[in-house]
Design a protein around this ligand. Sequence first.
Ligand code: NSS
Length: 431
Amino acid sequence: MAEHVYICDVAKHEGKDVTIKGWLYNKRDKGRLQFLILRDGTGFMQAVAFKGDLSEEEFEAARRVTQESSVIARGTVRADKRAPGGYELSLNHFEIVQLTQDYPITPKEHGIDFLMDRRHLWLRSQKQWAIMRVRATVIRAIRDWLDDHGFLLVDAPILTPAACEGTTTLFETEYFGQKAYLSQSGQLYNEATIMAFGRTYCFGPTFRAEKSKTRRHLIEFWMVEPEMAYADLEDCMRIEEEFVSYIVQRTLTERQQELEILERDTSKLEQISPPFPRITYNEALEILRQHGEELPWGEDFGAPHETILASQFEKPIFVHRYPAQCKAFYMEADPEDPRLSLSVDLLAPEGYGEIIGGGQRTASLELLEQRIQEHNLPREALEWYLDLRRYGSVPHAGFGLGIERTVTWICGLHHIRQTIPFPRTLGRIYP
Ligand code: NSS
């Protein structure tokens, strides 16, 4: 039996006989020639079954094999410029492991609900395959960059006693007779771990009961959250622009084929390098006013506002110093104007919206106590967090980058729901 190889490695076996184990993705019937597109998880490849090269039984199997049947194919690897991927398999053995009947996702167009109900099968399609591979590379780039820049991975808990990002989107659960909530963000715990380890990050799933149905919101999403002791708003922006540029460039290098499958115009991504433009909230309001969008001071931006702002620039932009009233309780006050917070959001270009939220955290115990009261948060559950301001408080800053928003942007997708293997959206928890 010829060696089992993965499709991603066939180039190394040109002229040799190999075995591919996978599934039938698609086929064309040309009588004595059957063109079979195989996939094995690592890639897609055309195999050609010629009647004269196979036993009668094997050729018959190649002729009647159906979409998504599991198959084992052996043949000679030949370079062929016309073949997708540049190589083709001339079959000399073919067998069906399981013949699939009536695979529901056919090459024709399907509605989104139909596909989402069959997400467990939809993941086999080429575009979904490409997106998941981009996602894996984005995550790898994130971890490599942080690990190489002195950030220690310190995980935050998922079951928590208090809110981080406001009480309106909390998922409540019961914890041995006590109320508990699914984490909206690991930030508060990061603020503890930086006082022990200097620079840390947590990376995991976060949960928000978002009641609005938009193309940018998931109920369960993954966030990476770096945090730094002895750092201010400026440091935060400098780290963010280096970090995001690295993620984009690494993905461009390693996921060319996938971005091509997704028909992404990569010229826009090639330009992503530091520095990114910085505008204040007040300047942003002025830009919006010039574009006919009058927003009262103190209100946060919605998706259409972000799109207008981002469209003024080629690169992602920082919007900093939002009014304290539209941001979370932990934001440091701007010493030059205490109505403002030392917060910063990063908006992706091309209308993909906010991908990062963060800023400098309140270092003062008094201000923090006041904010906890103003936001009506349960002080007892945050007593440990106040300790961080009692014992060696320092200026510190950090941010959270949403994985799915970032992948949506890099892949150039219309909707966030395709960027996570099994999306949790408003009302959907199946499959
Ligand atoms: O609410 S954030 O703006 N900020 C925080 O949670 C901070 N506590 C993070 C920190 O400083 N450590 O969310 C951060 C990012 C935001 O920019 C989006 O990219 C993403 O998290 N995000 C979401 N992605 C998908 N779906 C939903 N619902 C969502 N909410 C936030």
